[in-house]
Design a protein around this ligand. Structure first.
Ligand code: GAL
Length: 920
C-alpha cells in the first residue's frame, strides 16, 4: 500500500483523502523513449559531463550571442501587474555570434525568404574550451539534468546580486559543459542529431571545434544536426556554452542544461523532428476518424521511393502496448528528392475507441501509432507517436465539454521548478506534484508561462490532466530588462512553431496560450497586430485547438481580446483592487469582468486563467482574524513583515487578487465561466510577494516542500464534493492564548457541521448560499480537543479532530514510496514529523534535525517549506518548520538493497525509515 504522511496520524479525513479524488497511481519513470527498432536510436547522453562556471558575468569570455542593454537599478518589489515597458535599443559594439545561431531555427520559419543563411567562418573554433585537447579534468563532474544554482548559497540582503524575484540563488552567469561522445565507426553514413529538451539559456554548441548552432530561449526544446561535424570511429568533443542573464525573469529560472539531452541516430531517410501529426475527428463512443500526417526527411544524396506503413495499438496505463493493432492506415508512397522532405497524409475510421478524458468520470486511455518507412521492402526507420482520442467543445454559455461531458475546470498554475530540486527535471518529482494536486481534485494545469519539460506532458497525458500549454510571458514590450523581448523579433516564430510541433500530439493539451499579461494589452491596435501574427502561426501549425491569452488588463472593448478564440482572464473576473483603500491608485483597478466579457463576446468561452494569488505560510496563524473572506494582505491583516509570514486562516490575497472563497462564489454565480486556474498549485522559487527578502512564494496551495497548507482542504472540499472530508484549523496548541478569542474554521464537503470543544458543543452551523467555510469566530481557547462532525443533506458525512499535544519527544519518518527503482533517478520523499509521545505532530516546533543515510542511495535535498529559510537545499541539517521537514533520497544506479535514513535531533528520539531499491 502507498504510504503518505498525515499531519495527525489518526486523522480519519487525512487518511481517506489519499486516493479518493484521484485515479492517479504512481507511475514513476515510465519509459518515454519506446522505440526499440535498430534503425533509430535515441540515446540519453545525460551522464559524464564536465562543467565550469565563470566566477562572475564580468569575467566570462566574449563568445556572446548578442549585446544586452545595461541594467541599472533594481527590479525588486516591482508588483507582478506593473505595466510592461518599451524595449531599450542596443547597438552591438563587438562581434556577436547571433548570425551563426539564428539558422538553427530555420526549420520552423515558414517563408523561405526569412530563413537565415549561415555566414562563413567558425567563431569560437579556437577558443580553449571548445578544443578537443583542452584538459577539463579539473572541472566539476556533473550529470544532466543539472541546475547549477540550486545548491546556492542563497544571496541575502538588499545588495544581493540576484534578488528575491529570481529566488536569491546564483542562477545568473556563463558556464560551459563538455563531454566526449564515443561514436562507433558503424555510425558512418547515419544522420546524427543532438536533441536538447531545454537549456537555460542562450545555449551555443560546438562539436569537434566547429560551431554547430544553438537556441536562446531556455524553455524550448531544440535539435541540431551534428552529422556534418561528426567523426565516426572515435571520440568527438562536444562543448556547450550557456549564458543566463540576471534580470531575465520574474521567477527562478534555474541555470544550465536542466532538462534531458539525447543523441538521435537514424538512417538519412527518416521521419523528421516531431515528424508526425495525429488529429481526431467525429469522435464518439462508437467510432472516430484518425488523421495522420508524416513528414519524411531524405538527407541522403539520392532520390528515394518510400513506403509508409502506420499501425495503431492500444496502450495500457503503464504505456505498454496491449493486444493487436486496431487500425492500419493504407500504405502510403512517397517520392522524395535527395536533400528534400515530403509530407504524406491518410485517415482511417476506427470503431469503439477507448476515449481519453479526465478522471474520475473518464479515463485517460492512450494509443500509439507505429510508423515504419520501407525502402525497397526494407525498414529504414520506425517511429512511435502516442496520442489520445477525445472531443472537446468550448461552449460559451456552458463551459468545457470533453467527450460530451461537462467538465468544470479545477485548475492550478504551475511554474517549472521542483522546489528543493530546482529546475532540473525529475520525472518522479513532477509526478508527485501531480499526484498531490489530483488528490485535491485538481484536473487541469496551466503551464505558466513557458513550455514545460516533455516528461510533464507525458504525465498529464497518462494521468488525465487537462493542460493549457503556454509559451510567452512577454512579446515586444518588456517586464524585466533581459526577458524574452530581447529576442522576440528573431525567435518568436521558430519558438512558437517548434513548441506547437513538439506538443500537438498530446491529448492533454487542450488550449494554446501564446501570452501571459503581455504589455501589448496596453498598446491598442499595435499590440493586436502582434497578437494576430502569432495567432495565425498557431492556427497554421494546429487548428484543432483554440487559442487563449491570459489578460489582466485588456477590457472587452480593446482590440486584443477580439483576436483570440477563448478569453483568458487573470483576476479580472472577481474584479481588481475594488476595495475603497485603492481609490486613487495608479495600479490596475477593474470592476468584475465576467459579465462585460460575456456580453461583448457571446461566442467565446471564458476561462479564469489566474485566480486567487492568496497568501499563507503553512502552520502559521496570525491574530486577530478578519471577519471578511477576502482582503488585501497587510501587517496585522493576515501578514507579519517582521517574521515574513502570512496567516493560514486563508483570508488574504495580493492587492490585485482574491481568496479562494471569493473566487468560488464569483465563478458559481457565473456558470458560463468554464472554471479557474488558481495562482498557484505549489509554492515556487522566486517572486516571494509580499516579502522580497525571502526565497520563495507564499501563494501556493501546497508549500515548496510539498506539504499541504490548510487551503488544500478548502479546494478539496469544493473540488471533491462526493468525498467525505472535514478539516479543522488552526492547530490547538495555544498555551499563551488561554481564554482568548481563537477562531476555529472548518472546510468540509458537507453542508453543515457541529463543533465540539472538549466534548461541549459550540453549535451547529450551515453553509449559506455561496459560502464555502464554516466559522466559529468567538471560540475562546482552552487546551484539549476540538472535534467537528459534518453533515450532508442531514446525514453524518465526515469528522475531524485536533488536539493539544504533549511536548515533543520523537521524530517520525514516513515515505511517499518505500520501494524505489535503482536507476539513479528515482526518488523517495521522506517526511519527518516532530511528534509527542502519542504520535501527534507538535505544531510550532522548529527543532534542528540532522540526517544521515546508509545503503544504495543519497540525500539529494532537504527542505521545510519555509519561504524565509536560507539554508542551502543541499544541506543535511535543517530546522523543521512548524513540525515538518522533508528529505529527498535518490537511488544509486544499479545498486539493489536497503537504504536506511536516520533523522536525529537533540533531546528527541531518532526517526528511522528503510527503503528498498529494486530493478525496473
Ligand atoms: C500575475 C502573473 C503571475 C504571477 C502572479 C503573482 O499577475 O501573471 O506570473 O506574477 O501575478 O501574483
Amino acid at each position: 500500500m502507498k504510504k503518505r504522511y498525515s499531519i495527525r496520524i489518526k486523522s480519519f479525513a487525512a487518511i481517506l483523502s489519499f486516493t479518493f479524488c484521484t485515479d492517479a497511481q504512481s507511475q514513476a519513470n515510465l519509459p518515454i523513449n519506446r522505440v526499440k527498432n535498430s534503425n533509430r536510436q535515441r540515446i540519453s547522453i545525460n551522464d559524464g559531463w564536465h562543467f565550469y562556471k565563470y566566477e562572475s558575468e564580468a569575467k566570462a569570455d566574449n563568445l556572446i550571442y548578442d549585446e544586452r542593454p545595461k541594467v541599472s537599478g533594481s527590479n525588486e518589489y516591482k508588483v507582478a501587474d506593473a505595466k510592461p515597458t518599451e524595449a531599450v535599443k542596443v547597438k552591438a559594439t563587438q562581434e556577436v555570434l547571433k548570425t551563426w545561431i539564428l539558422p538553427s531555427g530555420n526549420d520552423f520559419i515558414k517563408d523561405p525568404q526569412n530563413k537565415h543563411v549561415r555566414p562563413n567562418g567558425n567563431p569560437g573554433g579556437n577558443f580553449q574550451f571548445v578544443m578537443s585537447n583542452f584538459d577539463d579534468s579539473s572541472w566539476e563532474k556533473v550529470n544532466l539534468p543539472h541546475d547549477w544554482a540550486i545548491k546556492g548559497p542563497f544571496q541575502i540582503g538588499n545588495n544581493a546580486e540576484v534578488g528575491g524575484g529570481m529566488g536569491r540563488l546564483p542562477c545568473n552567469g556563463v558556464a560551459w559543459y563538455r563531454k566526449k561522445l564515443d561514436i562507433p565507426a558503424s555510425d558512418a553514413g547515419k544522420s546524427i542529431f543532438l536533441d536538447i529538451d531545454g537549456a537555460m539559456s542562450y545555449a551555443m554548441v560546438w562539436l569537434n571545434e566547429n560551431l554547430v548552432g544553438g537556441w536562446p530561449y531556455g524553455y524550448n526544446s531544440w535539435r541540431l544536426d551534428l552529422t556534418p561535424f561528426i567523426v565516426p570511429g572515435g571520440k568527438n568533443q562536444l562543448a556547450i556554452r550557456v549564458d543566463n542573464p540576471n534580470n531575465s525573469s520574474r521567477w527562478y529560472p534555474g541555470g544550465g542544461i536542466y532538462r534531458n539531452v539525447w543523441l538521435t541516430k537514424v538512417n538519412p531517410i527518416h521521419v523528421g523532428q516531431y515528424g508526425t501529426y495525429i488529429t481526431t475527428k467525429n469522435v464518439s463512443k462508437t467510432s472516430a476518424t484518425i488523421n495522420l500526417e508524416v513528414t519524411i526527411d531524405n538527407k541522403s544524396k539520392k532520390n528515394a521511393n518510400i513506403e509508409v506503413i502506420t499501425r495503431i495499438y492500444p496502450l495500457d496505463a503503464k504505456g505498454k502496448i496491449i493486444g493487436n493493432t486496431i487500425g492500419n492506415f493504407n500504405t502510403l508512397n512517397s517520392n522524395i528528392a535527395a536533400g528534400k522532405s515530403d509530407k504524406v497524409e491518410s485517415s482511417i475510421l476506427i470503431e469503439n475507441p477507448r476515449l481519453w478524458g479526465p478522471p474520475p468520470s473518464q479515463q485517460p486511455n492512450l494509443y500509439v501509432a507505429v510508423t515504419t518507412l520501407l525502402q525497397n521492402g526494407k525498414s529504414v526507420d520506425s517511429y512511435e507517436t502516442r496520442f489520445g482520442i477525445r472531443s472537446l467543445e468550448f461552449n460559451p454559455d456552458k463551459g468545457l465539454f470533453v467527450n460530451g461531458e461537462h467538465i468544470i475546470i479545477k485548475g492550478v498554475n504551475q511554474h517549472h521548478d521542483l522546489g528543493a530540486l530546482g529546475a532540473a527535471v525529475n520525472t518522479r518529482a513532477v509526478e508527485r506534484q501531480l499526484e498531490i494536486l489530483g488528490e485535491m481534485g485538481c484536473n487541469a494545469i496551466r503551464m505558466s508561462h513557458n513550455p514545460p519539460a516533455p516528461e510533464l506532458l507525458e504525465l498529464t497525458d497518462r494521468m488525465g490532466f487537462l493542460v493549457i500549454d503556454e509559451i510567452f510571458d512577454s512579446w515586444v514590450l518588456k517586464k524585466t530588462p533581459n526577458d524574452f523581448h530581447l529576442i522576440f523579433a528573431d525567435w518568436s516564430e521558430p519558438d512558437l512553431r517548434s513548441f506547437i510541433h513538439r506538443d500537438r500530439n498530446y491529448p492533454s493539451v487542450i488550449l494554446w496560450s501564446f501570452g501571459n499579461e503581455v504589455g501589448e494589452q496596453y498598446s491598442g491596435e499595435e499590440g493586436a497586430t502582434v497578437a494576430k501574427r502569432l495567432y495565425s502561426m498557431v492556427k497554421e501549425e494546429d487548428a484543432t485547438r483554440p487559442t487563449i491569452l491570459a489578460m489582466n488588463y485588456a477590457k472587452p472593448d480593446m482590440p486584443l481580446p477580439a483576436v483570440i478564440d477563448v478569453i483568458g482572464l487573470n483576476y479580472q473576473g472577481e474584479g481588481i483592487r475594488q476595495s475603497p483603500e485603492f481609490e486613487g491608485t495608479d495600479r490596475i483597478r477593474t470592476a468584475p469582468q465576467y459579465n462585460p466579457f460575456h456580453a461583448k463576446f457571446p461566442n467565446k468561452l471564458i476561462i479564469s486563467t489566474e485566480t486567487a494569488s492568496a497568501f499563507s505560510s503553512r502552520g502559521v496563524y496570525l491574530f486577530p482574524v478578519s471577519k471578511e473572506i477576502s482582503a488585501p494582505l497587510r501587517d496585522g491583516r493576515g501578514g507579519d513583515s517582521k517574521i515574513r509570514q502570512t496567516s493560514s486562516y486563508e483570508l488574504h490575497a495580493v492587492d490585485f487578487g482574491s481568496t479562494a472563497d471569493k473566487v468560488f462564489s464569483t465563478i458559481d454565480q457565473h456558470p458560463f465561466v468554464a472554471g479557474e486556474f488558481v495562482w498557484n498549485g505549489f509554492d515556487y522559487l522566486g517572486e516571494p510577494t509580499p516579502y522580497y527578502d525571502s526565497r520563495s512564494s507564499y501563494s501556493g496551495i501546497i508549500d515548496l516542500a510539498g506539504f499541504k497548507k490548510d487551503r488544500f482542504y478548502l479546494y478539496q472540499s469544493k473540488w471533491c464534493p462526493e468525498f467525505p472530508m472535514a478539516h479543522i484549523l488552526p492547530h490547538w496548541n495555544w498555551a499563551e492564548r488561554v481564554g482568548e478569542i481563537t477562531p476555529v474554521h472548518v472546510f468540509t464537503s458537507g453542508d453543515e457541521a457541529e463543533l465540539f470543544l472538549n466534548g461541549k458543543s459550540l453549535g451547529k452551523k450551515k453553509k449559506g448560499l455561496y459560502e464555502y467555510r464554516l466559522r466559529w469566530d468567538s471560540v475562546r481557547y482552552e487546551p484539549g480537543e476540538l472535534k467537528v462532525i459534518s453533515y450532508k443533506n442531514g446525514k453524518k458525512w465526515a469528522e475531524n479532530e485536533v488536539k493539544t499535544t504533549d511536548k515533543p519527544t520523537k521524530l517520525l519518518a514516513s515515505a511517499d514510496r518505500d520501494i524505489i527503482y535503482a536507476d539513479g533517478k528515482d526518488l523517495a520523499f521522506i517526511t519527518v514529523q516532530i511528534t509527542d509521545k502519542n504520535g501527534f505532530m507538535v505544531s510550532r516546533t522548529n527543532n534542528p534535525i540532522e540526517f544521515s543515510i546508509e545503503g544504495p542511495g543519497e540525500i539529494v535535498a532537504t527542505d521545510n517549506g519555509d519561504a524565509t529559510n536560507m539554508v542551502s537545499f543541499a544541506s543535511k541539517k535543517r530546522e523543521a518548520f512548524n513540525g515538518l521537514c522533508l528529505v529527498i533520497v535518490q537511488s544509486n544506479a544499479g545498486k539493489l538493497g536497503t537504504i536506511t535514513l536516520k533523522a536525529k535531533s537533540s533531546g528527541l528520539e531518532d526517526g528511522t525509515i528503510t527503503l528498498k531499491t529494486i530493478t525496473k
